[in-house]
Design a protein around this ligand. Structure first.
Ligand code: APR
Ligand code: PHB
Length: 389
């Protein structure tokens, strides 16, 4: 078998790239090691930069998002149970879209099916070969049968624990990492959101975030220690702790209910350089990880897809190779600015074990400055709504 581009990973980045390339007449095949149900069962963040919204519209997968997505013109930050709003529209004239990543992935699968896109689920032992030659190929096993796909390019959209990043020789690869000394305990509950926009709260007891999926489905998080287990937290214990950390007016009106999902996610910042080696390109979580504080994970995956899509369509269009040659440089330039922003939001809003009373006062002052300074709010808004591609 031969295809122009083999994409490893059927998450949002792999599906979006295959959709965009297919619309340009470029052959792709997606190799996903899990079942579709498994992929669609993942609960992930839900804030889209407007650039991501426009990319999904370009890919023709924005129908449900337009109907069900929630357009937010701002967000709330809070210090010591008192909130204030950052007005994105007033500061930078842009908004964000709240629409769950699970929904984005489902919309992408539906679009791929509608176009007859090739997706192999439960593909085992996916292995790229000949990446440093002009004739790469990928092998995999499906239902016990070994397959080979010859191609021009291989794209690793296989997430942080995928196979592709390790194909770049260690002598070539540099990895940058920061592990945060806490996690996020998240709860999904069929109760109305506590606020019409998100609330990011700093508190001496720890960070809290009030988010949503739709007017009847809330998503909340509290910072917890790395040694904690989700099953050790009853729903009541979660709601009580959330109330202690969020603005008082929100705590007074919070509607609680049973959790339909409860889990703890660790926080890390990670960047691999380069994200191209020979005929291999890394995209999304395969290349970088950000703490969810800035809601950048999915948006950075879409950002990488933008740069690689542009490079591949130029290569297959008029033969121009500069886009591919500069993919790593261009994508990583934007990645690092989002990694910085996500790190800065995490540092601003979380209680670090070693920070002490002085560190808490610095965070309080930082938030007080943000509340009073249009310049500071503009800088935060510019990064939150998404820097230009
Ligand atoms: N072979 C085939 N598929 C693989 C392999 C492999 N060896 N390893 C991983 N995969 C698949 C996973 O099962 C997953 O479906 O690759 C996909 C990677 O998807 P994501 O992890 O969602 O990564 P990405 O598409 O880059 O999207 C990034 O999704 O995970 C969130 O927080 C992340 O918001 C960010 C966004
Ligand atoms: C979410 O809704 O899950 C969410 C929103 C914003 C974040 C992180 C997670 O920064």
């Amino acid at each position: 078998m031969r295809r122009q581009v083999v994409i490893i990973g059927g998450g949002p980045s792999g599906l979006l790239l295959s959709q965009l390339l297919h619309r340009d007449g470029i052959e792709t095949i997606v190799l996903e090691r899990r079942s579709r149900d498994y992929v669609l069962g993942r609960i992930r963040a839900g804030v889209l930069e407007w650039g991501s919204v426009e990319m999904l519209r370009t890919a023709g997968v924005d129908g449900r998002m337009n109907d069900q997505g929630l357009v937010h013109g701002g967000t709330y930050l809070a210090a010591r149970n008192r909130g204030f709003r950052i007005d994105f529209e007033a500061r930078v004239g842009r908004k964000v879209m709240v629409y769950g990543q699970t929904e984005v992935t489902a919309d992408l699968y539906a679009a791929r099916d509608a176009m007859g896109g090739e997706i192999i689920h439960e593909a085992e032992g996916v292995a790229p070969h000949g990446l440093d030659t002009a004739a790469p190929w990928v092998s995999y096993v499906k239902d016990g049968t070994e397959h080979r796909i010859d191609c021009d390019y291989v794209v690793g959209c296989d997430g942080f624990h995928g196979v592709s990043r390790g194909c770049i020789p260690e002598s070539v690869r540099t990895e940058y990492e920061r592990i945060y000394p806490f996690g996020w305990l998240g709860i999904l509950s069929e109760v109305p959101p506590v606020s019409h926009e998100l609330i990011y709260a700093n508190h001496p007891r720890g960070f809290a975030l009030c988010s949503m999926r739709n007017p009847q489905l809330s998503r909340h998080y509290i910072q917890v220690g790395l040694d904690e287990k989700a099953e050790a937290w009853s729903d009541d214990a979660f709601w009580d702790e959330l109330r202690r950390r969020i603005p008082q007016d929100a705590a007074d009106t919070l509607v609680t209910g049973p959790s339909i999902e409860k889990s703890i996610a660790p926080l890390r910042s990670f960047v691999c350089e380069p994200i191209r080696w020979g005929r291999l390109f890394l995209v999304g979580d395969a290349a970088h990880i950000v703490p969810p504080t800035g809601a950048k994970g999915l948006n950075l995956a879409i950002s990488d897809v933008h740069y690689l899509w542009q490079g591949l369509r130029a290569r297959y269009g008029d033969g121009e190779e500069e886009g591919l040659a500069r993919y790593s440089e261009r994508a990583l330039a934007r990645v690092w600015k989002s990694v910085r922003f996500s790190w800065s939001m995490t540092t601003l809003l979380h209680h670090f074990p070693e920070q002490g009373a002085f560190g808490q006062r610095i965070q309080d002052a930082d938030l007080a400055y943000l509340e009073q300074s249009e310049a500071a709010q503009t800088a935060l808004a510019e990064n939150y709504v998404g820097l230009p591609f």
